[in-house]
Design a protein around this ligand. Sequence first.
Ligand SMILES: NC(=O)c1ccc[n+]([C@@H]2O[C@H](COP(=O)([O-])OP(=O)(O)OC[C@H]3O[C@@H](n4cnc5c(N)ncnc54)[C@H](OP(=O)(O)O)[C@@H]3O)[C@@H](O)[C@H]2O)c1
Length: 298
Amino acid sequence: MATARGSRENRFLVWGGRGWIAGHLEKLLKSQGKEVFTTTVRMEDREAVKTELDAIKPTHVLNCAGCTGRPNVDWCEDHKEDTVRSNVIGTLNLADCCFVAGIHCTVFATGCIYHYDDAHPIGGPGFKETDPTNFTGSFYSETKGHVEEIIKYYANCLILRLRMPVSDDLHPRNFVTKISKYERVVDIPNSNTILTDLLPASVLLAEHNDTGVYNFTNPGAISHNEVLTLFRDIVRPGFTWKNFTVEEQAKVIKAGRSNCLLDTEKLETKLREYNYSVPEVHEAYKKCFERMRAAGVK
Ligand SMILES: NC(=O)c1ccc[n+]([C@@H]2O[C@H](COP(=O)([O-])OP(=O)(O)OC[C@H]3O[C@@H](n4cnc5c(N)ncnc54)[C@H](OP(=O)(O)O)[C@@H]3O)[C@@H](O)[C@H]2O)c1
């Protein structure tokens, strides 16, 4: 994308500055010696967004803000207006203000807008970026699916669909931390995003002013039991867990949860242009857990 600011150095502004992924991104950009700012300005407040963009004058906004619900997405079922204001109005408003100001906008979106169906069964082909969304079992996913349908028309936007992100620590938002603490866990193959592999790719894509929608996960799908087996073998010897069925799970959660495989061919092809590759998900988990073990995480 051509920006009004021509050839000056990149200046990154991370939105949702106190969030989990935002923190990882800020740390990564700093470690790469990039100029990075963060903000917690509410995305739906158009005047405040314009003032912030004008004050910081970023070349790139990295939008890590979003209503994710606490303790989990079930919260969104009972707070629909709050969820819409952040995930639809806010996300669109920020993208639009960036568009008007000639700023590239990367949206950290979600792939939890699909679930396995007859054309995409477990073990079959994954969902491509062009496939229409088919999961509205949670209001959180519904808002994310709606906003993507509109935001994809903005020529300044790069939309990265993450799924079940995993960090190299046991932060409460890490997918592994979550499933290791559940009393019972389902066992379904899914696409996952190992942040150590994918966050550098997000910077590469943004720096090249790439736009459009990308499934943003490691290639392949891994089941909950496969993840927990690797976790037990590498990080926490003796760890045990109990499974239950999706039907039993439905009784203890308010909103449905998406389970799917995303096709990563588009992402892998693009990243090859930049000599960057993302490891297959089982391999990626092994490396991630080895980093955890080396750091003394138990
Ligand atoms: N973690 C996951 O499982 C996952 C998976 C796929 C995609 N994503 C997406 O990735 C993004 C970052 O996720 P995360 O895990 O880092 O979530 P997080 O820790 O909950 O961080 C999100 C941040 O966004 C802020 N925020 C919410 N609404 C806002 C608004 N209207 N304007 C400005 N800031 C707002 C929150 O601040 P307040 O707390 O003050 O509201 C919070 O600091 C989200 O959009 C999420 O939907 C996450």
